[in-house]
Design a protein around this ligand. Structure first.
Ligand SMILES: *Cc1c(COP(=O)(O)O)cnc(C)c1O
Length: 426
């Protein structure tokens, strides 16, 4: 073996995986078992006391899931990762390690609609208070910091308009405030953007989208960058204080630069319970093997479709950061030079009714609430994912009544354009 570091495509196929030691199976087997036999009583005690690493019970860890965790950690450049049942589960587990009731976190206003709901309602009931900031106005993050702020949460490429967030500028605010920066990297995937390279401390994904990539399996993952010092000022007691359930060990002291991933597993996943099925881990691992190929095709198709729409008379405007005229194009060139992703919005001169009519006329595009499938998808956010917001909030989050969101798949771009042409023209 040469001593060169493997490239991204090599890691996408190989990271974390080896031929199965007992059977020689080359693909990662699905370890469809709830539990694992201990060698002896001492081994069992050391596993439960966190003195040894190993498998206990699939709610806490599973060998198929472990390959997925190692692979995504490698692709993102993190120290460790934890796979969970969905992207939303990843967000709950992350914040549970960071916030006590009454604490605050700052979140970018432009987010996946489900995250806006989760933060506004469910997290509020836990006593975790979201404070919104505008990702296009870095000073609004600075102004939102208070002594109760425990984290900042942004999306790298933000839903629904595919806008690009200035991760480095917001990471500077987080450093100054002494809180970790959490980046939801779902729409970019590590093929386009690696947030840890730009100052993120924690990366979360909905694996359901581009990483799994085929619209067949829910999953989520948390990646620990290993960059944050959790011991400062007693602000993060889950990580810095003795844990009564683990013989008084302190996670930061014991696990160093992967303490956050451990906390998410042994305090979050163990107690909250959103474990990823090993079958889904297998499906998502298989998807990740082709991530670089798919993602490039997604982006190339998206650019062609965005250019077509920008020249169509029924279209009022197109928000795609890959277009030279787009207001996020500078940030796209800096953060996502291989492509600006495949999820974006455009607005129709005919407003709300034209949006509803378009989704009903498209044939190749599927009308559904998802992104990051091989298939091209369409949704009218104002009547669906963002319908719970009032009109002002819809517009602020990029989902005004005239806006249509596309997630461009990996079909032939000529067929996608022909479908849009007939639906817009008819
Ligand atoms: C889908 C999505 C989520 C939530 O993920 P689930 O797997 O559906 O729970 C979070 N963030 C973004 C950007 C998403 O697209």
């Amino acid at each position: 073996m040469s001593d060169r570091l493997p490239g991204f495509s090599t890691l996408a196929v190989h990271a974390g995986a080896q031929p199965d030691p007992t059977t020689g199976a080359r693909a990662t087997p699905i370890y469809q078992t709830t539990s694992f036999v201990f060698n002896d009583a001492d081994h069992a005690a050391s596993l439960f006391g966190l003195q040894a690493f190993g498998n206990i019970y699939t709610r806490i860890g599973n060998p198929t899931n472990a390959v997925l965790e190692e692979r995504v950690a490698a692709l993102e450049g993190g120290t460790a990762a934890l796979a969970v049942a969905s992207g939303h589960a990843a967000q709950v587990v992350v914040l549970q390690q960071l916030l006590q009731p009454g604490d605050e976190f700052i979140a970018a206003r432009k987010l996946y609609g489900g995250s806006i709901n989760q933060f506004t309602h469910a997290f509020k009931s836990f006593g975790w208070n979201v404070v919104w900031a505008d990702p296009d106005d870095i000073a609004s993050f600075e102004r939102a910091v208070t002594p109760r702020t425990k984290a900042i949460f942004i999306e790298s490429i933000a839903n629904p308009a595919g806008s690009i967030t200035d991760i480095e500028a917001i990471s500077t605010v987080a450093r100054k405030a002494g809180v970790p920066l959490i980046v939801d990297n779902t729409l970019a995937s590590p093929y386009l953007i690696r947030p840890i390279d730009h100052g993120a401390d924690i990366v979360v994904h909905s694996l359901t989208k581009f990483l799994g990539g085929h619209g067949n399996s829910l999953g989520g993952i948390i990646v620990d960058a290993g960059t944050f010092d959790w011991s400062t000022g007693g602000k993060y007691p889950m990580l810095s204080e003795p844990r009564p359930e683990y013989h008084g060990i302190r996670l930061q002291e014991t696990f160093g630069n992967f303490a956050f991933a451990i906390a998410c597993r042994v305090l979050g996943l163990r107690d909250l319970g959103p474990a990823l099925s090993p079958f889904n881990a297998f499906m998502i691992l298989t998807g990740i093997e082709t991530l670089p190929l798919r993602m490039q095709k997604h982006c190339d198709n998206a650019k062609a479709v965005a250019e077509f729409l920008a020249g169509h008379p029924a279209v009022a405007s197109v928000s795609y950061a890959g277009l030279a005229s787009d207001k996020y194009n500078q940030l796209a060139r800096k953060y996502a030079p291989k492509g600006a992703g495949a999820v974006f919005t455009f607005s129709l001169k005919g407003g709300y009714d034209a949006g509803v009519s378009l989704v009903s006329k498209l044939q190749l595009f599927s009308h559904l609430a998802n992104v990051g499938d091989t298939r091209s998808l369409v949704i009218h956010p104002a009547s669906t994912t963002h319908s719970q917001l009032d009109d002002a909030a819809k517009i602020k989050s990029g989902a005004g009544p005239d806006v249509v969101r596309l997630s461009i798949g990996i079909e032939d771009k000529e067929d996608l354009i022909a479908d849009l042409e007939q639906a817009l023209g008819a």
